[in-house]
Design a protein around this ligand. Structure first.
Ligand code: AMP
Length: 187
């Protein structure tokens, strides 16, 4: 089963992705993690994206689409991928469609964790203390939320027409969200 997890920063995508991974024995592909890893390893890409990441801006579609290709075509992961934080723009969604077509795959479920701005700000403040992420300060959080609203919203509108699109109240407790997701996974 291939699944897309949508939602603003702080909606709990990462946490729920890990739950889904366990339940369906799948592979989480988090573009945020992949990009942070490039920075940590100080690669050429890492050097090009560090400023945008720290400013809460999106990394270019070209870089993200190139990085994700290998994962989509990986025979070990194919058909069992949980996309966390991707696609985030219409261009990425279109690129994903093409890559899935080329590799004979489809998206089975799309979960949208819907959370409002105030809840997100509180959650990210807590995460900053727990994970010490350099992009988790208040200014960056607000920038990331605005970027999300501007660019991810059209992707959401695009996917929300699909019958496999499921909106979930992301302000619920983690366990409550998990059990709602599990209902759709049939586990
Ligand atoms: P995340 O861990 O998903 O919250 O992502 C952290 C940061 O990584 C974002 O604020 C963006 O700068 C960058 N990023 C992650 N995924 C994408 C994506 N699909 N497209 C562009 N930038 C991304």
């Amino acid at each position: 089963m291939n699944i897309i997890l949508f939602g603003p920063p702080g909606a709990g995508k990462g946490t729920q992705a890990k739950n889904i991974v366990k339940k369906i024995n799948g592979f989480q592909i988090s573009t945020g993690d992949i990009l942070r890893d490039e920075i940590k390893k100080d690669t050429e890409i890492g050097k090009r994206i560090i400023n945008d990441m720290n400013d809460g801006k999106f990394v270019s579609d070209h870089i993200v689409n190139e990085l994700i290709k290998n994962y989509i075509f990986d025979p070990l992961k194919k058909g069992n991928i949980i996309f966390d934080g991707y696609p985030r723009t219409l261009s990425q969604a279109k690129s994903l469609d093409l890559l899935l077509d080329e590799s004979n795959q489809k998206i089975d479920l799309i979960f949208f964790l819907n959370v409002n701005k105030d809840v997100i700000i509180e959650r990210i403040k807590k995460r900053k203390i727990l994970e010490n992420r350099s992009d988790d300060n208040l200014d960056t959080i607000l920038k990331r939320y605005e970027t999300y609203m501007e660019t991810t919203k059209p992707v959401l509108d695009f996917y929300s027409k699909n019958s496999n699109f499921k909106e979930i109240d992301g302000s619920l407790e983690i366990d409550q969200i998990t059990s709602k997701i599990d209902t759709f996974l049939n586990v």
